[in-house]
Write a protein that binds this ligand. Structure first.
Ligand code: BES
Ligand code: MN
Ligand code: ZN
Length: 496
């Protein structure tokens, strides 16, 4: 989808479809202007009550007199005084879903009427682009039958009925398009089946990005990890036929002296639980257990694609968690890259075992901050559901930045404690720590485990177990938290 932004009188827009906002049953500004040219045709339709009052409801009208456009799509914005980012997102999604099924090849969305109070045009542009791209995302490369036909819509103009298009709005368009490319990448990697999206596949995807965007890349193989002493990551990988990969991608868009933001992603390409085998129901969804890694590749792609003036290192820790004669047993004790020892009491708590070594490895990049992203615990889904990702941090300022980035991107997080009080749950009689802390506060003790490996770092951890994918009929990857990570990187560099 090609996006552009311009100032344009609605009645003159030669477009396949005009998209006009409606508050309650009252046309917003651009709609009023179009209605005037159409001699009240829009108002007459609205008076009949055919457009539902809620944000995202749509009504399609054809061949109205006085308008250059072929169609008009009215979209509900909800009541004017209740209009916020949630309503904007709903309206954009509703409009995009309706446009998807039309024959129109281009559309003109009047965005000037859709700026929520307290938000600017740039933020509105970002929500519009990401919302439309989200609705137009498809993953049907593995279907040979009954594919939905590709939508005709190929171009969308974000239009202002009045007022100039600012450079900030233009920049937001570019940022959002690149972000959407990153979200698409993360979604596709998540949706790919675990027999295709293996650790080697993730490493190859990273190599492709490196070629396309001229990034630095290094892929550590099993023997490299052995030499370094990543005993914990290797313990998870040892039950699988798939070789583990530790991928380091570097994008340098900022000043040379600027320390990088390091993103570390959990890349378990399939999590059976290992010898502590998971129950069978919905186990297929554990193909999404590499979503943290996917979001790291997506965020790096986005930042490189928009040529952001930031320095970022993306680390992907990839392996598979399988039961096998070679697999780690409950009770095994391993030595991590940090030197600390871990008693593996449950092989299904494997995410923290690969992340701890990747986090220790991240120290060598002298990061300004490190953020790890992981589908780490079922307990986080119980705590926060599918709306907010869990945010854990050892640094108040970083934590506040991550929260703000999440709010701006509508990719929200909620803070959870990483207090020392929880650490005793990780006590082991035989090693420095156990890899599980019991049922109470399961997402917190997982974070506390990671905290033992980040004492030298400004660190935040995002538990995306509830937000990285959807189950049920809509089963599929969401691409979260790529939008958050992009905002965070820009913020860190003082560019947002
Ligand atoms: N990948 C899972 C976490 C998960 C579970 C994400 C369900 C989304 C939905 C992780 O590796 C895991 O198995 N965690 C265990 C930890 C436990 C053994 C301490 C869990 O959450 O049950
Ligand atoms: Mn697991
Ligand atoms: Zn897992």
């Amino acid at each position: 989808m090609e996006f552009s932004i311009r100032s344009l009188a609605p009645e003159r827009a030669k477009s396949g479809c005009l998209v006009l906002g409606v508050h309650g049953s009252t046309l917003a500004k651009a709609g009023l202007q179009a209605d005037k040219a159409a001699q009240g045709a829009l108002r007459r339709v609205l008076a009949q009550g055919d457009l539902a009052a809620k944000a995202g409801a749509t009504l399609l009208l054809q061949r109205l007199p006085g308008l250059a456009a072929e169609r008009v799509l009215l979209v509900g914005l909800g009541e004017r005084k209740e209009f916020g980012v949630a309503q904007l997102r709903d309206a954009v999604r509703g409009a995009a879903q309706a446009l998807r099924d039309l024959g129109a090849r281009d559309a003109t969305l009047y965005l000037g009427d859709m700026v929520p109070a307290g938000h600017g045009l740039p933020a509105t542009v970002r929500h519009a682009v990401l919302g439309v791209r989200d609705a137009f995302y498809r993953f049907d490369q593995l279907k040979t039958q009954k594919k939905a036909p590709a939508p005709a819509l190929a171009a969308m103009t974000l239009a202002l009925a009045s007022g100039p298009v600012t450079v900030q709005a233009q920049a937001a368009l570019k940022e959002a398009s690149a972000t959407a490319d990153g979200v698409d990448l993360a979604r596709t990697l998540g949706n790919l089946p675990p027999n295709i999206c293996t650790p080697a596949y993730l490493a190859d995807e990273a190599r492709k990005l490196a070629r396309q965007f001229k990034l630095g890349i290094e892929v550590l193989e099993r023997r490299d990890m052995e030499k370094l002493g990543m005993g914990s990551l290797l313990a998870v990988a040892q039950g699988s036929r798939q070789a583990p990969k530790l991928v380091v991608l570097r994008y340098r868009g900022g000043r040379k002296a600027e320390k990088p933001l390091v993103l570390v992603g959990k890349g378990i390409t399939f999590d059976t639980g290992g010898i502590s085998l998971k129950p069978g129901a919905e186990m297929d969804e554990m193909k999404f257990d590499m979503s943290g890694a996917g979001s790291v590749l997506g965020a790096v792609r986005a930042l490189a694609g928009m040529k952001a003036p930031v320095n970022v290192v993306g680390i992907v820790a990839a392996c598979e968690n399988m039961p096998d004669g070679q697999a780690t047993r409950p009770g095994d004790i391993v030595t991590t890259l940090s030197g600390q020892t871990v008693e593996i009491l449950n092989t299904d708590a494997e995410g923290r075992l690969i992340l701890c070594d990747a986090l220790t490895y991240s120290e060598r990049f002298e990061p300004a901050a490190v953020v790890d992203i992981a589908t780490l615990t079922g307990a986080c889904v119980i705590a926060l559901g599918h709306v907010a990702s869990g945010l854990f941090s050892n640094d108040e300022r970083l934590s506040a930045q991550v929260r703000a980035a999440g709010d701006e991107a509508w990719d929200r997080v909620w803070p959870m404690p990483v207090w020392e009080d929880y650490q005793e749950q990780l006590r082991s009689n035989f090693a420095d720590m156990a890899n599980i802390g019991g049922r109470p506060g399961g997402s917190i003790t997982a974070a506390c485990f990671l905290a033992r490996f980040t004492r030298k770092l400004r660190w935040a951890h995002l538990d995306i177990a509830g937000t990285a994918w959807k189950s049920g009929r809509e089963k599929g990857s969401t691409g979260r938290p790529v939008p958050l990570l992009v905002r965070l990187a820009l913020k860190q560099a003082g560019k947002a």
